[in-house]
Design a binder for this molecule. Structure first.
Ligand code: HEC
Length: 123
């Protein structure tokens, strides 16, 4: 009986921990905001607001050019490092949606071409 209770508690703890682990990989604006804050904000500014420096103002990025976004972010562009292999594809996807949510893009702009970079990597 005690053992059953212990297993039940362990199972409940595992189940409670799971959504938290998955949330980081989710395609929500909140997951995107976290990934953006961790990877991008030091150059592109908190909430996309650049405070000088040479980084691109992401509030001006065209909503209809996701392919360019994916290419520049995965491969890097001049002073910007390549993020392929550093940020997970799902995080880059979530960052795109986060940028769209800050910029007030229509929902159809947030979807579009999938990020296929790194899809051959072992996850
Ligand atoms: C080390 C500073 C730095 C970091 C960190 C950084 N960037 Fe950049 N980013 C730049 C600079 C500088 C440019 C302008 C490049 C140019 O046009 O010369 C740029 C340009 C861009 C552009 C415009 C590309 C284009 O096609 O014109 C996008 C989109 C972008 N960054 C997204 C991101 C995302 C998303 C992240 C986080 C995963 C990120 N950046 C992290 C420095 C950075």
């Amino acid at each position: 009986m005690r053992r059953g209770v212990f297993l039940g508690v362990a199972l409940a703890a595992t189940l409670l921990a799971m959504p938290a682990a998955r949330a980081d990989d989710a395609l929500t604006p909140e997951a995107g905001r976290k990934a953006y804050t961790g990877f991008c904000a030091r150059c592109h500014g908190l909430n996309l607001v650049v405070s000088g420096g040479g980084a691109f103002d992401l509030r001006r990025f065209p909503a209809d050019d996701k392919a360019r976004f994916l290419h520049s972010v995965n491969k890097g562009l001049r002073a910007m490092p390549a993020w392929e292999g550093i940020a997970k594809p799902v995080q880059i996807e979530a960052i795109w949606r986060y940028i769209g949510s800050v910029n007030g893009w229509p929902p159809e702009a947030m979807a579009g071409a999938e990020n296929t970079a790194g899809s051959s990597q072992a996850q």
